[in-house]
Design a protein around this ligand. Sequence first.
Ligand code: GLA
Length: 703
Amino acid sequence: MSSVVTIHRGATSVVLDLESSMPALAHIGAAIEGFDPRALSLPVAKATLDAPAPIGILTENGTGFLGRPGLVGSRPDGSAWAPVFSRTGAEIESDRARFEMIDTVAELSLVIDVAVTEAETVVGSMTLTNNGSTDFTLVRLSASIPMPVHATELISFTGRWCKEFQPRRHDFEALSVIENRRGRTSHDQLPAIFAGSIGFGEHHGDVWGVQLAWSGNYEIAAERLADGRRHIQAGELLSPGEVVLSPGASYRTPDIVVAPSQSGITPASQRFHRHVRALNPLAGERKVILNTWEAVYFNHDLTTLRALADAGANVGVERFVLDDGWFGGRRDDTKGLGDWWVSEEVWPDGLSPIVDHVTSLGMEFGLWVEPEMVNPDSDLYRQNPHWTLTTAGYEPVLGRQQLVLDCGRADVRDYLFERIDALLEEYAISYLKWDMNRDLVQGSNQRSLDDPGRAGTHGHVVGVYDLLDRIRAAHPGVEIESCASGGGRVDLEILRRTDRVWTSDCNDALERQAIQRGFTMLFPPEVMGAHIGPHRAHTTHRVQALGFRTATALFGSLGIEWNLLDAEEAGLAKVAAAIALYKRLRPLLHGGDVIRFDHDDPSASVHGVISSDREHAVMAYVQMLASITTVPLPMRFGGLDPDRRYRVDVIDDLGSADEFGRARPEWMALETIEFSGRQLMASGLQPPVLHPESVFLMELRAV
Ligand code: GLA
């Protein structure tokens, strides 16, 4: 028997090959009894090195690995640039392993942790320590997950403001790199990738989802070697000099989280969802929110906001969130950030008049903040210009007229903690919308205005985590929403300390269908802020029917971002019906398994949520554009229990299915109708003819 250890949980096992000093991940997926990596031992080709190097968890140039090395760095004299580690210890438990490694020449030690979680994701991290007597400058510490050679395709995510979470499929080429330098998770280079077998879909194919849990800069490489082997390598992207380990100091990588599946993307997504649910102490059903941003923007007027709160309470809203504009000189987006005192100009009696009104209506009160930022036109900046992440001698690059505060500094964090804590103490605030509205550029952590400093993104991100942790420890019941110009900071590490994300500033339901579908590939629906916007979407100017808007928002963490005072009676009644439906379905929507289907007609999208016992499901057939066929194609559902029968009820509470046919499919006319799970999965169910921008909703119950 070769030297292997297997760790496992549930149906997921990880085989670690210990043949070489550096452990390698030989298999991640369903258990394979007696897995022996020697089956894949490589022959030696001519004109190559004498012994093929393994793809260890840390790839090492010094062992003959010719792809991307996992560790890049050096000492001031240029030494220690190509370490090779020897294993000195291992602790193995049934579901986790820790390996201790040392390089006595480079004077570095490394600890590798791998664990299978209850969500059946695999989590790994590495910690590097400088044992030498000189500094070690670290440029890269990234772990490698080998992929089988039949993982020939990749899906990565791109996007932009108002069009986030756009999956794109491409070949597993020689080298593809996701490189993010925005200083926040970004709209366009997500720390996530799926690799899979040819043509892998929602319910077929071998799939490995990989996410890096980090909210700053990162690089994820998918590399195919000359011998055909391949790996995904992920870690933080460090700027030169950003992390310098003094003697005795350590650096720990962000977690890499892998979700394997032998039956397509949907089961891998479900594992990521369970992973997030386990991270979050406040996990569970999310309240219905009314956010004031698109309703009033910066026009804070107590009478209007009270009336808006009344209208919200009347339709069933549970939490009222006062957005930007309540503090300092913040009457528009050019000034005031940093001055976290309630503005006497707009709120002469403080926030109590609105907080008390909201809570008297039985709703919770939430408040918008953007703690990491400062406008040059603010008292905070005038007093502490050296608190920003800028570089002495250069004109700083502004974004939305603002600069980033260096949250790597304890005094900055103390100031922000004191301000936020004071607000949370003074008012009955149970929710913070925590925004972050610009990319970080040339950000140095200067001690004073003429100190050149060093690249400060790493320190900033660690500091933001620390600040969030402090606030959560002091106010454990307060929920926090992560926003960064919409969905610019959504990742597995920010979701450890935030409870919801603002998915996108785009409330256009057609765009939202695609954004939300991509989002659920990575994160669970209950954290996905989804708001019913106005008739004409502010960010696209498309005009959409209310039924389409409500049926789209239903599948996330529901909210309203619309001036309800402009809505007609009939519209308000429909919003109330949507909220009532959401509340009825919420245990399923926020606790069940999201399921997406591959549909043969690209003009439609089919998705739903099914309870883990397979008894109850809600499914949506979304006619996005007009179909090329005269009637829509049947929806083939997956994930049902093949041996049970399901009663199908059409949900028409929202009026979201704008029907357009001369006659409906016969099954819809029957009083009660049931089909076997096997049939619904094999040949499907026929939707009626629909206008574009319609959602046909169905509820399935096992009988
Ligand atoms: C960002 C957010 C919006 C809103 C504004 C306020 O753009 O994404 O939702 O909070 O800031 O300035």
